[in-house]
Ligand binder design. Structure first.
Ligand code: BG6
Length: 482
């Protein structure tokens, strides 16, 4: 275990992520006595604030984004905060920042969190290095986007690696901080039931959906340059896929878990043009209200996809021949993240002659908004069966909220910030994983560029373009909601 932190230096301290997630998460952890007693939090960003100004900003953000019962005693938390303005593109400012951070102490207990525009990564790392804030045990957390393709991601990773050893770099994918995502590992590896059937002999297909009902949310500047493939598939969805498909790690520890994930990511087969659907939302409805299309919301015509569905394959013994359907998009019918594992049909139905149909078993792992695990099984409809026997799918249902009703539900960043502060890398993404993710994503984008395929329009509030339904239907698969 590393040295526990006594200073957290937060870049992007006045940004949206800091206001919505980071400050509320830190405050919630503090309310439960989980932050090291001596931890000071130094925020930095371009805005010309002083400590009092930053504390006022933090108070407002916490009051807006953290339920009152989780706030604990807000004033002692705010007293941990300080602020130092910095223009990261100007190397001269780092000396003053370093003086503020050091405050006469060694930097051993320093943890840095970078939540800034990608263009600021390299000057920030250089400035930190120059100011002597990168040595010894200093750890750094990096928030996405970490580049926009393999080349830019490597450039960022190289810049970070010049100042920090990989064991001190914590790349965040906030999906790994979600309780239900971690629960996937518990489901697979803390039960004996699933592993023997978790392979090509018993599984017909896997679906992973991350559907959002929101549109651009004012993030057009970033999103239009990224698109759904890079914004969601490159990171969150591939991490989900890796957790579903990986071999059992030898322990729940950083190296063991990440070694297994990266093998899956490297085994992803290149997706062909016919296995991929791009879409962009047109006007439609959301939450019962009329909403504009993407281009109108953006204020310009665009070829960026806000939806992507694709069929992936993991080329190894366990998964040969099992399609993994991935689907994500903005302005879809509902907000839902789920994984659906469809098993193979029974090899022979003894009920067939009596006219009863069987449906393949399905395991549905709901990640959000509902956290539940449902195993759909066939059962006989009660009755004397004089008109023929009838079977129906019935759910074996675990609603996590009921099973663990007394337990606190947390913001994903609470777990990740605490792990960063305590130095546990298990739920962070290693460089080789990120690069395997980019290699696959770049190959898909190269295919798109070659095919010059413009995104298909879909109405806001729908499940995406009809081509996405057809993509799955070719293998006899229906998306779970259709
Ligand atoms: C972010 C994306 O990484 O994840 C956003 O940049 C997206 O576009 C968000 O809305 C979704 O996260 P969550 O936790 O709300 O599912």
């Amino acid at each position: 275990m590393h040295v526990s932190a006594d200073r957290l230096l937060l870049f992007g301290a006045t940004g949206d992520l800091a206001k919505r997630m980071l400050l509320p998460s830190l405050c919630a952890l503090d309310g439960e006595g989980l932050l090291p007693e001596r931890l000071r939090i130094i925020g930095t960003a371009r805005s010309a604030l002083d400590d009092a100004g930053y504390r006022a900003l933090a108070r407002k953000a916490i009051e807006a984004h953290l339920p009152e019962e989780r706030r604990g005693r807000l004033d002692p938390f705010l007293a941990r905060l300080a602020y130092q303005p910095l223009d990261a593109t100007d190397p001269a400012g780092f000396a003053a920042l370093a003086a503020r951070v050091r405050d006469g102490n060694e930097v051993a207990g320093l943890v840095i969190f970078l939540s800034t525009a990608p263009a600021l990564f390299e000057p920030t790392i250089a400035g930190l290095r120059e100011a002597g804030l990168t040595g010894g045990e200093v750890r750094i957390g990096l928030e996405k986007p970490l580049g926009s393709d393999m080349a830019s991601s490597r450039a960022i990773n190289d810049a970070v690696a010049a100042a920090f050893a990989e064991e001190r770099i914590f790349r965040i994918d906030h999906y790994l901080g979600k309780e239900t995502v971690q629960n996937l590992l518990a489901l697979r590896f803390a039960n004996v039931l699933f592993e023997p059937v978790w392979n090509r002999s018993m599984i017909h297909s896997v679906q992973i959906t991350v559907a959002e009902s929101v549109g651009l949310e004012g993030r057009g500047g970033y999103y239009d340059g990224a698109g759904a493939l890079r914004d969601m598939v490159q990171n969150h969805m591939l991490q989900l896929l890796a957790l579903v498909a990986m071999e059992p790690p030898t322990s729940f520890a950083a190296t063991a878990v990440r070694d297994e994930k990266v093998k899956v990511l490297r085994a992803l087969r290149k997706v062909s043009a016919g296995e991929c659907v791009r879409g962009q939302y047109a006007g439609g409805t959301a939450g019962g209200k009329a909403v504009p299309g993407y281009a109108e919301e953006l204020g310009a015509a665009s070829e960026t996809e806000t939806f992507v569905a694709l069929r992936a394959h993991v080329d190894n013994w366990r998964w040969q021949g099992v399609p993994f359907y991935l689907r994500t998009g903005k302005r879809l019918a509902e907000r839902v993240t789920e994984i659906v594992v469809e098993f193979r049909p029974v090899p022979f139905s003894i009920f067939g002659r009596r006219g009863a149909k069987t449906v393949p078993n399905r395991l549905v792992i709901g990640i959000q908004p509902e956290e539940n695990i449902t195993l759909n099984l066939m059962a006989k409809l009660p009755g004397l069966d004089r008109g023929g026997l009838r079977l129906r799918e019935v759910p074996l249902d675990i609603a996590m909220a009921d099973a663990f009703s007394g337990k606190q539900r947390r913001i994903a960043y609470e777990r990740l910030l605490l792990d960063l502060i305590e130095g546990d890398q298990t739920l962070f993404v290693r460089r080789d994983e990120v690069e395997a993710q980019w290699a696959w994503i770049d190959s898909i984008r190269a295919g798109w560029a070659e095919a010059k395929a413009a995104p298909r329009p879909y109405p806001a509030g729908s499940w995406g373009p009809a081509e996405a339904t057809a993509l799955a239907a070719r293998d006899g698969v229906r998306w779970h909601d259709e």
